[in-house]
Design a protein around this ligand. Structure first.
Ligand code: GLU
Length: 505
């Protein structure tokens, strides 16, 4: 059943939705988050894959805000979401602030559209008014649980007569509108999972399409909008797969051609356990504040679960959005849960810093970011914090740290400030001689220094490890850390000499 998926992906069904000429000729996809909190890793992946799909097919990527459940709405989350997408480099063509004839793109601003469409379903007999109270529904639920049946609505109001309905309306009884589920096994070809078959009516009663507050439910608004916005491919999380068969019945009731569906597998931890939204590290915002670069995060996401050219174990490379779009193929996405490997995130970030350092503009930005962090953390930093020093530390850092922030940790504090705990117990004459010898050196790179320090120790009859221990402590105040020659070359000749002179003064 999975054969020829790719060929069929490119055939876009024509439909009569928003009156934009040629609209149906380009694939149209959407990311449709509910503004119930922050953007998490799963949401970012859905947005990214839709974006890449659109990009690879010269298609259109739409952002639609699904805020019909007003009780779950979190103030400020739409703006935060848009910021996160922008930060990640995922740009939408249509959506809030980018209106076209298909808008508005915020569902709470589309209520008249849903009213109009629910009237159509009521008229053609696919939907009906339901006056059941919350209390009755609770009793049904409780009874079902007690007798170990699947709790589902018993479709009681389906059989109300015209007169009964009129009387209830006249009596001011609130009602919702439900969809008449037909009992048939609905099948569809999932672009990722292959053939899916499910009989919705076996497991649930007639679903609500319109709530008594006049707001549509997710299922109804989602179908109406996907149709009216001429969506051709729906790529969303696997948690929605079971709802798709229900959606297909709604499409049928309207006489509409449904889009193609592909469900992205669950994202799980490296050990296969479920990621919890409560774990703060799945929040995109947190990656950002922890010093992870957007392209590193984006590449990290693409490393698990397939869809790209990545060969497991073949090493990581940072790819641009353009490259990722070119490689992206839906039918190469695995239906198995995508296991995250946090080590790869560190590696991606390290490689991203390296990539940025090779770009003049980006490398300037890195330098000023680091300078700002140093000033914040070490207000007492000395004159050693020059542009040149920052640059050489950054170049050195790509082999050592995965975040710029790490460079201001106490381990690397010696790079920016004079050690506060320099030794008092040392061989003064030896250090005077060393100052002389270092002062004469024309080169000050690590390799050269290593050899000269060895020579110095043997010609002055001091054990090399003893000399190194003293020097490390003089230069950094630390007992451990980078090699002494490495430290000296990083600090530079003038700063290294200043630090030795400072202790013998
Ligand atoms: N509003 C749904 C969500 O929050 C969207 C599901 C879909 O893409 O259809 O994930």
């Amino acid at each position: 059943m999975r054969l020829n998926i790719l060929n069929r992906l490119l055939v876009v069904p024509t439909r009569k939705a928003c009156n934009i000429r040629g609209l149906a000729e380009r694939p149209r996809v959407r990311f449709a988050p509910s503004p119930t909190g922050y953007l998490h890793l799963g949401g970012l992946r859905t947005a990214l894959y839709n974006y890449l799909f659109a990009k690879s097919q010269n298609g259109v990527f739409i952002l639609r805000i699904e805020d019909t459940d007003q009780t779950r709405k979190v103030e400020g989350s739409v703006d935060a979401l848009i910021n996160d997408l922008e930060w990640a480099g995922i740009e939408y063509h249509e959506g809030p602030g980018k209106n076209t004839e298909c808008g508005p793109y915020i569902q709470s601003e589309r209520l008249p559209i849903y009213q109009e469409h629910i009237a159509e379903l009521l008229k053609n007999g696919s939907a009906y008014k339901c006056f059941c109270t919350e209390r009755r529904l609770n009793v049904l639920r409780r009874d079902a649980v007690k007798s170990q049946r699947i709790p589902k609505y018993d479709n009681k109001c389906r059989s109300l007569s015209e007169q009964e309905i009129k009387d209830k309306i006249n009596a001011g009884i609130p009602y919702c509108i439900r969809f008449k589920l037909t009992s048939e096994c609905q099948t569809f070809e999932d672009m990722i999972f292959g053939g899916i078959a499910y009989d919705v009516s076996m497991n649930e009663g007639d679903p609500v399409l319109m709530k008594s507050d006049g707001f549509p439910t997710y299922h109804f608004a989602n179908v109406v909008d996907d149709h009216l916005m001429a969506i051709t491919h729906v790529l969303r999380g696997v948690e929605w797969q079971i709802s798709t068969t229900k959606h297909l019945l709604i499409y049928k009731a309207f006489g509409w051609t449904p889009p193609r569906f592909g469900h992205l597998p669950l994202i799980v931890n490296a050990d296969g356990t479920k990621l919890s939204k409560r774990q703060s590290d799945v929040k995109v915002e947190d990656y950002k504040t922890k010093g992870i670069y957007s392209l590193a995060l984006v590449n990290y996401i693409t490393l698990s679960g397939g869809g790209f050219d990545h060969v497991p174990g073949a090493g990581v490379r940072i790819k641009s959005m353009e490259d990722l779009a070119q490689e992206f193929q839906i039918d190469r996405i695995s239906s198995r849960p995508s296991r995250l490997n946090p080590d790869l995130l560190e590696e991606c970030n390290r490689l991203e810093i390296k990539r940025q350092l090779q770009d003049e503009q980006l490398s300037k930005q890195l330098s000023s970011k680091l300078e700002k962090l140093i000033v914040e953390k070490y207000p007492e930093q000395n004159k050693n914090v020059t542009e040149e020093h920052i640059k050489s530390v950054l170049n050195w850092a790509t082999a050592r740290v995965t975040r710029i922030e790490d460079l201001t940790s106490s381990e690397f504090g010696f790079l920016w400030i004079l050690p506060s705990n320099a030794p008092t117990n040392f061989d003064r004459d030896l250090l005077i001689k060393l100052i002389e010898s270092l002062g004469e050196m024309e080169r000050f790179d690590q390799e050269y220094l290593k050899d000269r320090l060895r020579e110095f120790s043997s010609s002055n009859n001091v054990k090399f490890p003893v000399l190194m221990k003293t020097l490390r402590s003089v230069l950094s105040g630390l007992k451990e850390g980078p090699g002494v020659a490495e430290m000296m070359s990083l600090l530079g000749k003038a700063q290294s000499l200043d630090r030795i002179k400072a202790v013998i003064r």
